[in-house]
Design a protein around this ligand. Structure first.
Ligand SMILES: [Zn+2]
Length: 248
């Protein structure tokens, strides 16, 4: 998914309000630190790589006590690694996958405002700046922080939770999900996945909307897809009406 610099500037990370008004909780601080670390690793296809980021995150899981057998690092090329981490539940239900991509769209410092650097994490006036702050390193950081917290709090879900951090979602030649499906499907076999494509927003500091993405980057048309599109239009029309009457 591609965002412009302008749209990045208008999208706030959920930790934002807490960061402005009160000290971060330990869990929020952890998410913040992971977020900063990932933003400052250049994972663009042209000059960066996802392996450095995947290794940095894997180290966090090792340090937290995740066994090596629950970590997978690999990819089609040395600079296009994916990371898959499994957190074990009771096994009563089929696993849930948390899916986020590590790579970002290329960014040149010369294209950004003189006082910004796309690979320097900057907090200013209540916003976070840096390539990937909204796409997709915020979501990835939140997933990672939650997985680490599960371990710390000895949480036992009724299913395994799989975290998959992938390479080249933005259009490089090593699409991580496709590679994992072709080479290690057993690692990411899940009942369903939570991925980017939907999104949430706050208005006046309160949850305002949470949308659902039914598919991403597909050009195929089918009766099913047309039905989804029609349902989405109906949902939007209904939601817009109810939101505008509620929030006017
Ligand atoms: Zn994306």
């Amino acid at each position: 998914m591609r965002f412009t610099v302008a749209s990045i500037a208008t999208l706030a990370f959920p930790v934002l309000l807490a960061a402005q008004s009160q000290p971060l909780t330990p869990a929020q601080q952890l998410a913040h630190d992971i977020y900063k670390e990932l933003i400052e690793i250049n994972t663009s296809d042209s000059v960066g790589n996802t392996t450095t980021a995947a290794n940095a995150v894997a180290k966090r899981f090792r340090d937290a006590g995740f066994p090596e057998s629950d970590l997978f690092l690999g990819g089609p090329k040395p600079d296009k690694y994916n990371l898959v981490v499994r957190y074990h539940g009771s096994g009563a239900r089929k696993p849930l996958m948390l899916l986020a991509h590590l790579d970002v769209v290329a960014a040149l410092k010369t294209d950004w405002s003189p006082d910004l650097d796309p690979f320097k994490f900057i907090e200013r006036d209540g916003y976070y700046y840096g390539r990937g702050t909204s796409d997709d390193k915020a979501m990835g950081s939140i997933f990672i922080a939650n997985m680490l917290r599960f371990k710390q709090e000895k949480y036992v879900p009724d299913r395994d939770i799989i975290l998959a951090l992938t390479a080249d979602e933005e259009g490089g030649g090593s699409n991580g999900v496709r590679w994992l499906l072709a080479n290690h499907k057993e690692l990411i076999d899940a009942a369903y996945a939570l991925n980017e494509g939907g999104g949430g927003a706050l208005r006046d500091g309160k949850p305002f909307i949470n949308s659902v993405g039914a598919a991403e980057k597909s050009r195929r048309t089918s009766p099913c897809r047309r039905r989804i599109a029609a349902a989405t239009r109906r949902f939007r029309a209904t939601t817009t009406r109810s939101i505008s009457s509620r929030w006017r």
